[in-house]
Design a binder for this molecule. Structure first.
Ligand code: GLA
Length: 405
């Protein structure tokens, strides 16, 4: 072998062993992921009993049947690292250990999610994964974890893309397929680089349990439903199957909003193809909350295989009109009343030019007649030959499915 050929082969060897990056686990979120997460309701008060009961409730409440799959433990499950650096669950709150818990969740036909952080500490001050990425990924795989939410606290000096890539590589190396949910709050524009890295990325800071407010924490702010919605402007072009804009876990059923507002919140998340991660106590939710979270017709808008996020077509008198192209030529439609008080709305389909550059779809209301299904009442609502008129309560929505067939 001549020297040059030897050098080339040697170089290729280095690439094969260390240089060539793997891919994310493809196909785990062809439609936005659905599940539950502990943070919004329980914050740091997590324990195995509550997680088991939540898995039970996912089944008994009909949520599993409606498509919810992941039971996700957020921050504060952690104990300490051992002398070799391996992380352990908090023994007081998770006495049976994570493997037993994942076995239990799996026995219900559900999947288990866990939380860590790209920095030295999590936002709740627990051990972060920085410097332990490969060990942590291996531990999660041994525990049978199926989903990782990866946060961005205590990351001074780190570059986001590199930090998230490191964990993607570690998960790959550990070998167990894990849905990778980036939680970097949109600070470093993950929509520009995270498609090959993870399955979804948070687009904003944390949600607050209100419809229209900003909660100031001093150095940071949390936002209500409308404030999060407004920050999605321009982002829909970046989302699609296996790579979603994540508007944060839901507050439906947590008491800060009226039933109207919860319904509007859920509809917005569905239309914008956000992951649908419930954030309430599903063991004791009201009938109204369960009916919102398990509305299969609204969920079908979110889970539509085309995977195109809705766009805002018009705003008139504080009422926004949104359209979502769906498979088979259907459309999702949402009229969202941002006003506190009621509005009479009218929408004369045949006079509206609704087309979408992104999906190259044209509703062609002048030529095509669609039948209308009201997805919150479950009733047929006429067709597009006639102008739509409706009374819309404050902070509420009208959601329709338009079918050309
Ligand atoms: C950050 C995240 C939240 C939650 C908390 C946990 O604020 O954005 O979703 O995970 O940390 O400490």
């Amino acid at each position: 072998m001549n020297i040059r050929k030897g050098m080339v082969l040697g170089f290729m060897g280095i690439l094969a062993t260390s240089g060539a990056l793997a891919q994310k686990f493809e196909g785990l979120a062809k439609t936005p992921q659905m599940g539950w997460n502990s943070w919004n309701k329980f914050a740091c008060n997590v324990n195995e009993q509550m997680i088991r009961e939540t898995a039970d409730a996912m089944v008994s409440s009909g949520m599993k049947d409606a498509g919810y799959l992941y039971v996700n433990i957020d921050d504060c499950w952690h104990g300490e690292r051992d002398v070799k650096g391996f992380i352990h669950a908090n023994a007081e709150h998770f006495p049976s250990g994570m493997k037993a818990l994942s076995d239990y969740v799996h026995s219900k036909g559900l999947k288990l999610g866990i939380y860590s952080d790209a920095g030295w500490k999590t936002c709740g001050g627990r051990p972060g994964s920085r410097g332990y990425e490969y060990q942590d990924a291996l531990t999660y795989a041994e525990w049978g974890v199926d989903y990782l939410k990866y946060d961005w606290c205590e990351t001074n000096g780190l570059k986001a893309e590199g930090a998230y890539l490191t964990m993607r590589e570690a998960l790959r190396k550990a070998g167990r397929p894990v849905l990778f949910s980036l939680c970097e709050w949109g600070d470093n524009k993950p929509w520009d680089w995270a498609k090959p890295v993870g399955h979804s990325w948070r687009t904003t800071g944390d949600i607050w349990d209100c419809f229209d407010c900003i909660e100031d924490h001093g150095t940071w702010q949390s936002r209500g439903v409308l404030q999060i919605l407004d920050l999605q402007e321009g982002l829909r072009v970046h989302a699609g199957p296996d790579h979603w804009n994540d508007m944060d876990m839901m507050e439906v059923g947590n008491g800060g909003m009226s039933v109207n507002e919860d319904r509007a919140h859920f509809s917005i998340w569905a239309m914008l193809a956000s992951p649908l991660i419930a954030g309430n106590d599903i063991r004791s939710m009201s009938k109204e909350t369960a009916a919102i979270l398990t509305n299969k017709a609204v969920i079908a808008l979110n889970q539509d295989p085309l995977g195109v996020q809705a766009f805002k077509y018009a705003t008139r008198d504080g009422v926004e009109y949104w359209f979502k192209p769906l498979e088979n030529g259907d459309w999702g439609f949402m009229a969202l009343n941002r006003n506190k008080d009621a509005r009479k709305v009218s929408f004369d389909w045949k006079k509206e030019i609704v087309n979408d550059d992104l999906s190259k779809r044209d509703a062609a209301f002048g030529k095509t007649r669609y039948s209308l299904q009201n997805l919150w009442t479950g009733r047929a609502a006429g067709n597009t030959a006639k102008a739509l008129t409706a009374d819309l309560p404050g902070h509420d929505v009208l959601v329709l499915r338009l079918s050309a067939r």
